[in-house]
Write a protein that binds this ligand. Structure first.
Ligand code: F0G
Length: 344
């Protein structure tokens, strides 16, 4: 078996890269498509799979697009990159900038970023700015900063990001050996659903393309309510976004595919997260569990779902260890076998 080269090389013929693009790689992509063993039983006519994007080098799907954006920035002679982030984009930008020898500035909404993601950005040597504003305001700030300071913007407004992210769709087709009936994924800034739809549209004729179901959190569901949300609230901090940059892309993906964008409650998200961890062995962060929460909601509403369905699990649970606080605390016992036996 040949080693996996990473997204840039594996998909070179379908990405805007050339001989002049630096061969940046952390061997991102090629993430497992894991069949469901338990949750699938709630969906009798469905063959459920999880696209486990937490297996990427920095623990989220962002690496697919970031490798392209940072390589193109280096190719263009940039010395620094900048992004606003709810955490995962920052962790990924910091890692790829470190590898490419570029400086990295990340702008984070104060108090809203999970501990693991912040630790990643700091360890990779990014300059971390914590600003007392929302993600949406932080994004506006870095747009202006990138223009005035001449540094490369690596948010998903950067077209190379979505180009890289579309490769997940190619992998799903390859791994499944057929197009899925539907793909369900969380929606925050709405880049990922836009990228998946682009990938499927490039790879498949219209009638074979999957339905795209995008899931927002109820307290941060601007696309569902049809207007920006000024103070978005949800336990899923990664998708606490009130004015998605790729709003139109998400709406188009849902409408052209015969899918929809809808919302689930925080309770449903946490319930799905716990089930993924306890029944499937997959520890995802809360935002990622929105996809499964959405699927279970559709099933309860009696939306006819059958055939192969892929739920995208966008990020690793270790990024947000605070969610484990809701589970039983470790029990303090004496170091004896009898004491252990009494626990079982
Ligand atoms: N899941 C996770 C784990 C995320 O980090 C994000 C977005 C999404 C889903 C939503 O994807 O924005 O393309 O609709 N995180 C961004 C960030 C906003 O800054 O890390 P989207």
């Amino acid at each position: 078996m040949r080693p996996w080269p990473g997204v840039l090389q594996a998909f070179a013929d379908r990405l805007p890269v050339s001989d002049r693009t630096p061969p940046l790689s952390l061997r991102e992509g090629n993430t497992p498509l894991v069949p469901s063993v338990s949750i699938t039983r709630d969906l009798p006519e469905v063959e459920l799979y999880f696209k486990w994007e937490g297996a990427n080098p920095t623990g989220s799907f962002k690496d697919r697009g970031m490798v392209v954006a940072v390589a193109k920035a280096a190719e263009a002679g940039a010395r620094a990159v900048v992004c606003a982030s709810t955490g995962n984009t920052a962790a990924s930008a910091a890692a790829y900038a470190a590898r490419a020898g570029l400086r990295c500035l990340v702008v984070l909404p104060e108090g809203s970023v999970a501990t693991g993601k912040l630790a990643q950005a700091r360890m990779h040597g990014a300059v971390v700015a914590s600003v007392p504003c929302s993600f949406d305001q932080a994004l506006q700030l870095v747009r202006e900063a990138s223009e005035r300071l001449h540094i490369a913007l690596v948010n998903s407004l950067n077209p190379y990001r979505l180009e890289g992210q579309k490769t997940a769709a190619f992998e799903i087709l390859d791994q499944l050996g057929k197009p899925p009936e539907a793909v369900v994924l969380p929606v925050g800034n709405a880049g990922n659903i836009t990228a998946y739809w682009r990938g499927f549209s490039e790879a498949l004729p219209p009638r074979h393309r999957p339905r795209m179901w995008g899931v927002q959190a109820e307290g941060a569901a601007p696309i569902v309510v049809g207007r920006p949300v000024e103070h978005p609230q949800t336990v899923a901090s990664a998708i606490r976004i009130g004015k998605p940059a790729s709003w139109e892309g998400a709406v188009r993906a849902a409408s052209e595919s015969g899918g929809r964008i809808f919302a689930v409650s925080d309770e449903e998200i946490l319930h799905a997260q716990a089930r993924l961890a306890r029944e499937e062995g997959l520890f995802v962060e809360p935002a990622s569990a929105a996809s499964v929460a959405g699927l279970l909601r559709l099933a309860r509403e009696g939306v006819g779902i059958r055939g192969a369905v892929v739920a995208v699990l966008t990020g690793h649970g270790l990024k947000d260890p605070a969610t484990a606080e809701r589970t039983p605390q470790p029990v303090r016992v004496e170091p004896t076998v009898e004491a252990l036996a009494s626990l079982l």
